[in-house]
Design a protein around this ligand. Structure first.
Ligand code: AMP
Length: 461
């Protein structure tokens, strides 16, 4: 459905309890997003739902608000754990997403006596037990850790009325299908199931056929893919010059917050370390970091203590950072779809955002795949070839050495590593770049006028 053709709705027309409406009002939302407007009435009516919506569309509230509405009759102020069985189970693929969804549930349920907690792997399972034993109506969980708790008999799922699968496509991508099947076998057959996914692949459709009953299907236009509110640009720059180009981008624009994507864990850690050495407070989140380290890095990023957060695709999936102004793709992802998820970290809920991809000649093929997916062609702005030494590949002897693990927080008196000045020099077209290459997507990028480079590298005024 075309989102613009939807009539404007108010939350108050959505049959939500005043206590839930009050919490929404306090968050400052004025009107439901398209996915919320479409999904909430069906969920309140008790229908199963298959929703195609990405992070950034307001999908979390789209399932949480009507779920709270449906659980309200069971809200109890009794202290007895028996009066607080798990009635809603929300499954999320990653720890970060689970934490975020839980934060949302806490926000929206703050005026209703429904209890909630979150369980995820990578942390001490025993620490999660007391909250479960005390009784919670709403449990947010990653699949593996949920099953660990089931095995330890820390919880029971036989009273679950609402099951929500968030980012179901990613759960399947991450190999959670066997876990999902085990969990689904533990739930009552009579229940409501909501499936949220960024894509409707054949596997997702099969999952829905198996576990949903006569679902309503809702879709929101792929706003992030259309990218109307995200300015997307491509800077052609060879791998050995990428780091330098990125530092210049960050400095010349006086960027206050930037999320940087790399393809590998190693690269994420390395880029964060090198940024630190260049005087840009940074940290990395990736699969090799402990949960505590990831949370610490994310909190520092949200609080503005660090300026740059480098991340791999899996670690960053679903991250919700308010008003994130800029995403840099230091390397393009393996799968074109991940590009959409990456840039969706900016320009959220209608805010303006920007995404810049640094692309070397080996990545052009991937860029073309992204262009096919988005059905648009990017202008390839050519960075002038650098004669400078790359900061990225050569560790800087002069710069203070900091471990990326402890990189985040105090940066006072931190000296910047020298950065060469080729970006501040007048633009000179590279003689090596053939003009005729322009029409061929896989050919080296063409020369572009200086103003396009200048648009990316703004001078601080
Ligand atoms: P989500 O897609 O659930 O990750 O939400 C993306 C962002 O949109 C979050 O920061 C939400 O707080 C925000 N959001 C959700 N619903 C609304 C709304 N109705 N109006 C404005 N912002 C919203």
């Amino acid at each position: 459905m075309d989102e613009t053709s939807l009539p404007k709705l108010l939350f108050s027309s959505l049959a939500l309890d005043p206590k839930i409406l009050r919490a929404i009002e306090e968050t400052g939302y004025t009107e439901p997003t398209p996915i919320q407007a479409q999904a909430i009435p069906h969920v309140i009516a008790g229908r199963d739902l298959m929703a195609m919506a990405q992070t950034g569309t307001g999908k979390t509230a789209a399932f949480t608000l009507p779920m709270l509405q449906r659980l309200l009759p069971h809200a109890s102020s009794s202290a007895s754990p028996a009066r607080h069985p798990i009635r809603a189970l929300i499954l999320a693929p990653t720890r970060e997403l689970a934490i975020q969804v839980h934060e949302n549930v806490v926000t929206y349920s703050k005026h209703v006596p429904l209890r909630t907690t979150v369980v995820y792997g990578g942390t001490d399972i025993k620490a999660q037990k007391p909250a479960l034993m005390g009784g919670v109506e709403i449990l947010v969980a990653t699949p593996g850790r949920l099953l660990d708790h089931v095995e330890s008999k820390n919880l029971q799922l036989n009273q679950v009325q609402v099951l929500i699968l968030d980012e179901a496509d990613r759960m399947l991508d991450m190999g959670f299908m066997p876990d999902l099947k085990r969990i689904l076998a533990l739930l009552p057959k009579q229940r409501q199931t909501l499936l949220f996914s960024a894509t409707f692949s054949e596997d997702i459709k099969k999952l829905a056929q198996e576990f949903l009953v006569d679902p309503v299907t809702v879709e929101t236009a792929r706003r992030n893919a259309a990218g109307e509110n995200i300015k997307q640009s491509v800077l052609m720059v060879e791998q050995h010059d990428k780091f330098h180009a990125m530092v210049e981008l960050i400095r010349s624009r006086d960027v206050k917050q930037v999320l940087i994507f790399t393809r590998t864990k190693l690269s994420a850690a390395h880029v964060a370390k090198q940024l630190e050495r260049s005087g840009i407070p940074s940290d990395a989140i990736h699969g090799d970091k402990t949960q505590q380290e990831r949370i610490k890095a994310l909190d520092a990023f949200k609080a503005g203590t660090i300026l740059a957060l480098t991340a791999t695709d899996v670690a960053a999936r679903g991250l919700d950072i308010d008003q994130l102004p800029l995403v840099i793709n230091f390397e393009l992802p393996m799968h074109a779809e991940d590009y959409v998820h990456r840039i969706g970290r900016t320009g959220r809920a209608g805010a303006l955002g920007e995404a810049i991809s640094l692309i070397d000649s080996d990545e052009v093929r991937r860029l073309v795949e992204i262009e096919k997916l988005l059905n648009r062609k990017f202008e390839r702005v050519q960075a002038p070839a650098s004669t400078a030494q790359s900061n990225y590949h050569k560790p800087l002897k002069a710069a203070p050495s900091r471990s990326p693990t402890h990189s985040s927080h105090a940066h006072h008196g931190h000296k910047s590593a020298p950065v060469d000045d080729w970006f501040s020099k007048p633009y000179e077209p590279s003689a090596a770049t053939p003009k005729a290459a322009e029409a061929r997507p896989s050919a080296p990028a063409p020369n572009k006028p200086q103003r396009q480079v200048a648009a990316l590298f703004r001078s601080k005024s």
